[in-house]
Design a protein around this ligand. Structure first.
Ligand code: GLU
Length: 311
């Protein structure tokens, strides 16, 4: 018997969701439900400085308004919020440390890389010039004695890892060459996105990860982390981004936020617009997501990013 299908919503409450986030959520839900799977809702509130309860609450309401549901997770079970899962990340971190896969990084520049958030397009991930991997024990001890706090970086594996993305096909990456060593724990003790997301997908039994294609370049690292920690990596299926003119929509820019959308439209109108924009239905008309389950198929969905007018 094949393993049960488990999909997930994993939004970060750093702002109101926008139309692009909703497209990814709709596709994650349709993918999971069309496979008869169970849907999990995880709240990715890792970064205490950027996460706000008001956005987290709004996200659950947004998904329900759009016509999406889930079987377990936040907010019914608060342990599905990343802020409550530090012990699990700590355990994974200890495993990596015991295997000599991480090292302390004292660079001030590392502190500025907001590793608790998923990387956004255009953000530089490579921390060029960092020599902390080569520090001797004595040098490390001296920095610690001087009160310097360190982040912890993972020694990126120097191997080719290929993720067979369900929508974009084979995506090969050599993490050491292509992204460099990356932070798994920040200097303030907050665990980083790449570690937390891998630990959680593994612990929650997620078998299908559907999200915007800006995170495709994170998938090989996550697959590697999960397998290194003894788990089985999920299938990854990335979806096109919505762009408004030159830029990908971003929560930070407040583009077409659900706060506005919910005031002006019914959930079925927005679901219909999204389904039409991505190629699932031929005409733009109101539709309940559950009506799309039977006909759902990745082949219908465009692979090019979708440009929309900011009305
Ligand atoms: N929480 C991340 C974000 O909102 C997405 C994480 C993921 O799907 O892997 O950008």
């Amino acid at each position: 018997m094949s393993a049960p299908v488990v999909g997930r919503f994993a939004p970060s409450p750093s702002g109101y969701m926008h139309l692009g986030n909703l497209l990814a959520m709709l596709l994650a839900w349709l993918d999971c439900r069309s496979l008869g799977g169970e849907m999990v809702f995880r709240m990715e509130d890792l970064d205490p400085a950027r996460s706000k309860p008001v956005y987290a609450e709004a996200m659950a309401a947004d998904l329900r308004w759009l016509g999406l549901d889930w079987d377990r997770g936040w907010p019914e079970d608060p342990s599905y919020a990343q802020s409550k899962r530090t012990a699990l990340y700590e355990e994974a971190f200890r495993t990596l440390k015991a295997r000599g896969l991480v090292y302390p990084c004292f660079c001030r520049r590392s502190e500025r890389l907001a590793a608790a958030s998923a990387p956004h397009p255009g953000e530089r991930e490579q921390d060029g010039g960092c020599r902390c991997k080569e520090l001797t024990q004595t040098e490390r001890a001296a920095l610690e004695a001087a009160g310097r706090r360190s982040a912890w970086k993972l020694k990126s594996p120097d191997v080719e890892i290929t993720v067979s993305d369900g929508h974009y096909g084979a995506f090969p990456q050599n993490p050491a060459r292509d992204v460099g060593d990356f932070i798994v724990r920040r200097a303030d003790g907050v665990y980083a996105y790449q570690l937390a997301v891998s630990v959680d997908d593994m612990a929650m039994g997620v078998t299908r990860v559907v999200r915007g294609r800006d995170l495709l370049s994170s998938a090989p690292r996550q697959k590697w982390l999960i397998e290194t920690l003894g788990g089985a990596a999920p299938d990854y299926c990335h979806c096109p981004l919505l762009t408004g003119g030159a830029a990908k929509l971003s929560k930070r820019l407040g583009s077409l936020s659900t706060e506005t959308l919910r005031r002006e439209y019914r959930g079925e109108e927005v679901a219909g617009r999204l389904a039409h924009l991505c190629g699932l239905i031929d005409r733009e008309e109101p539709v309940a997501p559950r009506e799309l389950i039977e006909e759902f198929c990745w082949d219908k969905i465009t692979r090019t990013d979708i440009m929309i007018e900011q009305r």
